[in-house]
Design a protein around this ligand. Structure first.
Ligand code: GSH
Length: 236
């Protein structure tokens, strides 16, 4: 248990407005902290503020500082929380659950992210603090091999492709309320983080309202007293 004066702080990516917190990886962790009933503070962080998180030994968020522990990387943080707070609701549900959740996490990072980036990349750029814009454009255009404006062409076709990519998730959510079963767990947050990323920075309607994925996202927007719904974003 934490003693007096001990705190839990998350470095959390922000846009031009300090309250626009859009990192998919940080959203996973905010929901994981809420799931574990842990109170926490966040610190708004921008892409170019590498010096601010250099104490973590790397340059990306999320970075969690829990009393005297410093952990970076969303999967490492989720694993840390499960091990450090085993008496609180479980995030994975045992070893088999952890292994399956890692698969879900990897699918989200590799396949879902790849489907979303070409839809969202310019909207992200447009919401960034101006001190981040040149860095973001340069690093993303180098990684993706084209100007941002070109990457987002033909969004209608890309939305259709995304909806097709989501078919296994849709099938699952036709039969159960959450990826983890009857109640949400980290497998849900790993995927939801990406939908919340989109919601925070883009007015694009990715999912139709009658889609089981939309209903699932609604349930997670309402979870933990509406933690995700209250965040600045687009009501799509
Ligand atoms: N694998 C990492 C990815 C973290 C990551 O890519 N974070 C982004 C924000 S969404 C970042 O901080 N990027 C810094 C940069 O691109 O310079 C995780 O799961 O936490």
């Amino acid at each position: 248990m934490k003693g007096p004066g001990m705190s839990t702080v998350l470095y959390d990516l922000a846009g031009a407005e300090p309250e626009r917190r859009f990192s998919p990886f940080c959203w996973r962790i905010k929901l994981a902290l809420a799931h574990k009933n842990l109170s926490f503070d966040t610190i708004a962080w921008r892409f170019t503020e590498k010096d601010v998180i250099s104490f973590s030994g790397q340059g990306k968020v999320p970075v969690l500082v829990d009393s005297d522990k410093v952990i970076a990387d969303s999967w490492a943080i989720a694993t840390y929380l499960e091990d450090a707070y085993p008496q609180q609701p479980l995030l994975f549900g045992g070893d088999a659950g952890k292994a399956l959740t890692l698969f879900v996490n990897s699918w989200a990072d590799r396949s879902l992210a790849r489907g979303l980036v070409p839809l969202l990349i310019l909207d992200i750029f447009n919401h960034l603090h101006e001190k981040d814009q040149a860095y973001f454009r340069q690093t993303r255009e180098k990684a993706l091999g084209a100007p941002l404006e070109q990457i987002v062409l033909s969004r209608e076709t890309k939305v259709k492709e995304l909806r097709h990519l989501l078919e296994p998730l849709r099938g699952l959510l036709k039969t159960q309320n959450f990826v983890a079963g009857t109640a949400p767990a980290y497998a849900d947050y790993a995927i939801f983080g990406f939908f919340q990323w989109a919601r925070c920075i883009s007015p694009l309607k990715l999912i139709e309202s009658d889609d089981p994925i939309y209903q699932w996202r609604e349930r997670l927007l309402d979870a933990f007293g509406g933690l995700a719904r209250q965040a600045p974003g687009y009501d799509v």
